[in-house]
Write a protein that binds this ligand. Sequence first.
Ligand SMILES: [Fe+2]
Length: 322
Amino acid sequence: MGLLRIMENTLKNVNPPVFQHFSGTGSPFLLENESAYQIWRETRLEHYRCLNPARIINIADASSFSVETQQNLATQMQAFNFAFFEIDRGRHLLSRKDFLKLGRRLGLHRFESSPDQEMDGVTALKAVDASDKRSMYIPYSSRALNWHTDGYYNPTSARIGAFLLYCVNPAHQGGDSFLLDHEMLYLQIRDTAPELLVALMDPAVMVVPANVQNGQVIRPAESGPVFSVDSESGRLAMRYSSRPRYISWKSDELTKQAVDLVTELLGDNEFAVSLKLKRGQGIICNNVLHGRKAYADGSTDEVSRLYYRARYYDTVSFADYA
Ligand SMILES: [Fe+2]
């Protein structure tokens, strides 16, 4: 991975950002809406000029936000599709229950619950022993996780719209998180080679092979587009993994060029942000591209990486509290 931008926890200037609202048919992510795209593009680039994506927003109470906290989180989410937070300036650790309360306060109600997750919807991510069957999955190891969106193997009907991460304990060494708003990757592709977006929006462009273990199908094969536009909200969603053995791409030349361009753009991206979360800090995001660096645990639980994660079918919304 190339050099990622790490910025100070300050605003670059005090100009208030301008946010856009659009409908399904007016979405700037539809290729036919060129003028809507140009307006959206200028607005988003302005966000990166005047706001700081690495800003960490303090949340005094996970279930009841002050007006200032709500405004700060809404600004970061609208500008970047992700926001870093800390609870009570790092003085207070969230319980699993409070972690879910935070999700509900962000309009996240429909959480994913699958056999490899705990039933309350909160997954405790940590490196497990080789005897644990979860050890075959990278999130349960200390290995690096390269660029992906969560649930890229899910069917469209179970698309992950958002997830929360919360650092209970940072790793002794490494384990930094890195994020890139998938809308900014879309912007870069549309500016470079818009014809390649046609390939990436093809419902047959990628197939995620079935997960078969000991002759048993854990998850069937799933095909779908990389980028898709929600017909009601006009929002852009992305399914992607940079791990080649987990994706079978359509075999035409345009797809090859498109996948190569995505790989190139992810190699060193000016809009990517990297941060090692401290204890009590976390990430709210609308399932943007992300990954983590490899890490090493210490000799006790206190210096072993432990994160809570919850995945949702909803996207972050403050509408209930507007
Ligand atoms: Fe992930």
